[in-house]
Design a protein around this ligand. Structure first.
Ligand code: PBG
Length: 335
């Protein structure tokens, strides 16, 4: 018998196909929806983001209105990013933990309006520092590591006190997971919050639209001193290992599509840590524009790209396509 005949008998109908891929299928529980909350505009308004099609920045009240129908459709988890005016930015990013910041203002409101929603908060200083770097700088322009992780830990504590369920440090400073865990333990809060470390985060051109959204591009220099070189598997694995040792509850690979091999290797090395993969703003824009130009149908391309990440080892998918996926994944299996 021809081997190919045997193979085809395994997937001639949708139910059989789903059995063959049962551990890589998509479901709504896996999705995290990144959202931008801002004080650039009044609380009840939202605004378009240049170069980031169909994504918006929301005032605190507008965010609640935007999320309500999505929560009703089954949205389980969001990842909150804060965006503030340049007048609130300073060299050490004080405003990140201000009571008046859009993130701190929205957390108690989101908790009370959406009791079933899990709220992750991105932790970084780049949206709050006048220089736009993710940590505090020394006078020579290099990162002041002890000062940075101390500041990040304080900001994390403030988010947890406001009701965040997950703290997601994206700053990439060495030692920040340890600093965050320690301050939470000291304040008796460690068991009510999980730390999702952006453990293997590459220096990537695919963050372009996000930097417009968060208005967080560095004013001088770049992030290559603290984000990983795209060519290095070794550093990506060592960074994940470092964060596991420091107590991270969950790991992340970011971006997703160009780094599928890293997803696979991190998952194989750390099978007991849930692994999140971030389909970042540039990956989103690439799929969106290609579909617009009739290269393919958006829905099929998004689902195929996310299944690829699942096959590589992703447990959690952070994607700006979450609102559409809440509809798409409710319908009969198409893949
Ligand atoms: C902040 C941060 C970035 C992203 C998430 N958190 C930008 C960066 O590190 O330059 C990118 C997310 C995206 O592109 O969707 N440090």
């Amino acid at each position: 018998m021809e081997a190919s005949h045997l193979l085809h008998s395994g997937y001639f109908n949708p139910t059989l196909r789903s059995w063959h891929g049962s551990n890589t299928l998509l479901n709504i529980n896996q999705l995290i929806y990144p959202v931008f909350v801002t004080d650039l505009i009044p609380d009840e308004s939202s605004e378009e983001i240049p170069n980031f099609p169909e994504q918006r920045r929301y005032g605190v009240d507008a965010l609640v209105d935007h999320l309500l129908p999505l929560v009703n459709k089954g949205l389980k988890t969001i990842l909150v990013f804060g965006v503030t005016t340049s007048s609130n930015k300073s060299s050490n990013g004080e405003y990140a933990s201000s009571k008046d910041s859009p993130v701190r203002r929205c957390l108690p409101i989101l908790r009370s309006k959406f009791p079933s929603l899990t709220i992750a908060v991105d932790l970084c200083l780049c949206g709050y520092t006048s220089h736009g770097h993710c940590g505090i700088l020394k006078t020579d322009g290099t990162i002041d590591n002890p000062a940075s992780i101390q500041r990040l830990a304080e900001v994390a504590l403030s988010f947890v006190q406001d009701g965040a369920h997950i703290i997601a440090p994206s700053d990439m400073m060495d030692g920040r997971i340890d600093a965050i865990k320690k301050i939470l333990i000291l304040n008796n809060l460690a068991s009510s919050v999980a730390v999702l470390s952006y453990s293997s985060k590459f220096a990537s051109c695919f963050y372009g639209p996000f930097r417009d959204a968060a208005q967080s591009a560095p004013s001088a220099g770049n992030r290559r001193a603290y984000q990983l070189p795209a060519a290095s598997t070794g550093l990506a694995i060592r960074a994940a290992e470092r964060d596991v040792i420091e107590g991270a509850d969950m790991l992340m690979v970011k971006p997703g599509g160009p780094f599928l091999d890293i997803i696979k290797e991190v998952k194989q090395r750390f099978p007991h840590h849930p692994l999140a993969v971030y389909q970042v703003s540039g990956e989103y824009a690439m799929l969106w524009h290609a579909a617009r130009a009739n290269a393919f149908e958006l829905r099929a391309a998004v689902i195929e790209s996310l299944i690829g990440m699942r096959r590589a080892g992703a447990d959690i998918l952070i994607t700006y396509f979450t609102p559409q996926l809440l509809d798409w994944l409710k319908e009969e299996l198409q893949y």
